[in-house]
Write a protein that binds this ligand. Structure first.
Ligand code: SF4
Length: 407
């Protein structure tokens, strides 16, 4: 069933079409595939002989289900950690034999992200899908947003829903999500300045917003509306040695990722191997002993990749901000969303640097694959990014000094 609703969407949305059998990193591989209760009940009812085994033999009912409308059950992956309903030609046999109506909400929705703010449905795509990543990240002209009325399926998962007009939201920071997010996206897309400067400006803006939210709640919308980055500008100067602090931070969290994950896709495990090799983490040497090699690589990458191809990283950030309701991506604390966005971006750059150190070169295609596969591993894990935020708070790193290190 479809219903006509008001939607807001990024300029790229209509370009996406799943490439199914031709996909190099099929999404039916290596992660939990959830089945909602309604779809599960449909499987209980069907009598069919299209599968060698009963469809229900490949589905378990989740003991730790959080919402029966989304994750009542879970598909048992086969020994190759693939969905057992994936045919040899990489097409879905449930879709092929029973039709789209028999796909679970999660399968119908992915890689779309649908949020609802007030009466408006916000559609975007997740860069964990390689085809979506190419479309989004390679848009040299950047991402803009439009509104329209469209028919959308009611079998989609609504990831986040906020009604800013309700009493419960009235006294919370979420009340101003639309204004703060739009201004944040404006700052990040202002190409008069380098991306690192824009991120720095965004930190200053959010620091001011945080104060407003604490002490002058009623004026927040007017403050956000009138905020002018030029009159609040502070010069940003990168200290090259901060890259060493980043490397030390990410070495620890990369090792935790490799140790804690049961599923790591072949693509991503190849990338991790290269990064470990590139940074020489497997050798018995301290980071300081290799510091000249690391800093030279970051200097080259700044000049030849991060600055000339900054639109790739800008698009990554804009997409993240829109779909994760920035800055409330982690919780209702404005600065947590900012720090965690910087963590994501500098983690990506750390992977790019390790890959470059290993191969002595890096292509745009490699960069897209790194962003896609890293996102797939860390964003679809319920705990990984939460643990990083907990670690940051435990060590009191949720401050301007650490933000500047990550820039
Ligand atoms: S990852 Fe994207 S393109 Fe590939 S099969 Fe899944 S939805 Fe389709």
């Amino acid at each position: 069933m479809k219903e006509e609703v008001k939607i807001r969407y990024p300029s790229y949305i209509k370009e996406f079409k799943c490439i199914g059998g031709n996909c190099s990193d099929n999404c039916c591989h290596g992660w939990e595939i959830h089945i909602d209760k309604n779809t599960f009940d449909k499987y209980v009812k069907i009598q069919n002989n299209i599968f060698d085994t009963d469809i229900l033999e490949n589905i378990i009912v989740r003991k730790n289900c959080k919402n029966p409308n989304i994750d009542y059950g879970q598909i048992k992956l086969n020994n190759e950690t693939q969905c057992p309903f994936l045919c040899k030609d990489n097409y879905c046999s449930i879709h092929a034999n029973l039709g789209e109506d028999y796909l679970s909400k999660v399968c119908t929705t992915y890689p779309r992200i649908i949020n609802k703010i007030d009466d408006c449905y916000e559609l975007s795509l997740n860069v964990s899908c390689i085809e979506a990543a190419r479309i989004i990240l390679l848009k040299e002209e950047g991402i803009t947003f439009d509104y329209s009325r469209e028919l959308i399926s009611n079998n989609y998962v609504i990831a986040k829903e906020i009604n800013t007009n309700t009493y419960e939201i009235n006294d919370t920071n979420y009340k101003h999500i639309k204004e703060i997010r739009d201004k944040s996206i404006n700052i990040i897309t202002n190409r008069k300045y380098k991306l690192s400067e824009r991120l720095f400006d965004l930190g200053l803006f959010l620091e001011n917003v945080r104060r407003k939210l604490c002490y002058n709640y009623d004026n927040t919308v007017q403050f956000v509306d009138e905020y002018d980055i030029r009159s609040n500008k502070v010069k940003f100067q990168r200290d090259i040695n901060d890259y060493m602090l980043q490397i030390s931070f990410y070495k620890g969290i990369l090792e935790k990722l490799a140790a804690s994950k049961f599923f790591i896709s072949d693509n991503f495990s190849e990338i991790i191997d290269k990064v470990m090799l590139g940074f020489k983490f497997t050798e018995d040497k301290s980071l300081i002993e290799n510091s000249q090699i690391y800093l030279k690589a970051y200097t080259i990458l700044d000049k030849e990749v991060f600055e000339p191809y900054s639109y790739i990283f800008e698009n990554y950030l804009v997409n993240h901000m829109f779909k994760e309701l920035f800055p409330f991506s982690e919780n209702d604390i404005v600065y947590d969303g900012y720090i965690m966005m910087l963590v994501r971006l500098s983690y990506i750059k750390f992977f790019i640097a390790g890959y470059y150190l290993s191969d002595g070169k890096i292509t745009i295609d490699n960069i897209i694959k790194i962003i896609q596969s890293l996102t797939k591993e860390i964003e679809h894990d319920e705990t990984y990014l939460k643990h990083i935020l907990t670690h940051i708070k435990e060590y009191e790193l949720d401050n301007k000094r650490f933000a500047k290190i990550l820039l």
